[in-house]
Design a protein around this ligand. Sequence first.
Ligand SMILES: Nc1ncnc2c1ncn2[C@@H]1O[C@H](COP(=O)(O)OP(=O)(O)OP(=O)(O)O)[C@@H](O)[C@H]1O
Length: 431
Amino acid sequence: MSTVALKDVTKIWPDGTIAVDHVSLDVQDGEFMVLLGPSGCGKSTVLRMIAGLEDPSGGDILLNGEPVLDVPPRDRSIAMVFQDFALYPHMSVADNIGFPLKLSGVEPGPRSDRVGTVAGALGIGEVLARRPSQLSGGQRQRVAMGRAMVRRPGVFLMDEPLSNLDSGLRAELRAEITSMTRELGVTTVYVTHDQAEALTMADRLAIMRRGVLQDLGTPTEVYRRPATLYVAAFLGSPRMNLLEAQVYVHLDRYVALNFGEQNLYLSWSDPRSRAVARYHGDRIVVGVRAEALTPVTPDTPGAVLHGRIRYLEHHGHESLAYLDVGATAIVVDEIGGTAPGRPSSTGALRRLGGALQRLTKSTSAAASEDKSAPVSVLNDPGRHHRKPAELSVRLAPYPAVNPGHPLTVSVQMDALHFFDERGDRIDVGWR
Ligand SMILES: Nc1ncnc2c1ncn2[C@@H]1O[C@H](COP(=O)(O)OP(=O)(O)OP(=O)(O)O)[C@@H](O)[C@H]1O
């Protein structure tokens, strides 16, 4: 049995960068936990602290319920695979995989049995006599995983192990890694910045931003009910449509969401309407995924938005229409890393991230004290910006419409997401 627990863990580097900010996380026995977030959000630092390669500045780390901060890495029963794995070029595949066993004094007979089993499980049993230079990228990565697994670790830590591979191979290995770790029942913490990888592989995923844990749940939970605006924007393809709306309450009847030229109405009987009604007169962010929008005829009654197609994208199995509905979109700038016009060097980003985090904390505190305070995520160019909305809508392949054509979509009201000016979900108590 192997569990991993982080209790209020913080990591502050000597230069003042807060890489990990009060993160608490419980990984269950045999669970495949994915840490997801853009570059620099602190994922690798979390992993390295679990492995014992870095010490936390605060908090505690427990393996199997026991605190391990005083336990050296080699005694933690943990194996780690990195993006830049290094194989010994002068050794055969079999010797590479068996090397950790040799170091711990396992005899050649049992060693080669164990190597054979692991190589078989990884589909590299045929290439055991080759040198690493005679392997494909995917085979080399399998050897690296075999070497990590050969000692039967209690916990498997993987840091972007697939990011150097081409996309076909990545998809193939994704499936192999998950089935292999599940078969072995080994507890795994897997780091990636690729949301598709996270959604397909994870039992649960932990989404980080600037060292802070934003959301934790199964792929379905975080996709369906993202805890924050940031998570909503991060997950899903196409990205969730995020529209600015002004809230008006018509008591006992409905809550109107005004998008500039058009309104949607949340019925008073909708359980979320009370939470949204608290923002009467204020702006909020309304999220709606493409799959919650269905093209209809223009005279369709009920929750509809009328627009004009700005452009179309053909994806073979479907088309995406981008619709101008006269609304304003909120764009979360740092999805996928660097915001436009911001420095791209990690060092500079790191410092900027720390400074922004401190600034954000103080501004959000100020905003919560004074609701009319001018600074909010809706106005903060360092984190989000606004632009005319182009609502993504799914259409059949090669639809009979063109850019410039009008299009009306019905809106599945129970699939709307509501976020406040700080980017927190409005209808809490929802999971
Ligand atoms: N040794 C270090 N000294 C100072 N800052 C560091 C050090 N290592 C990492 N950082 C900073 O800590 C923060 C978290 O880094 P970390 O490598 O954990 O992020 P990450 O999410 O894994 O990013 P990536 O996906 O690019 O590896 C970043 O701002 C990074 O620049």
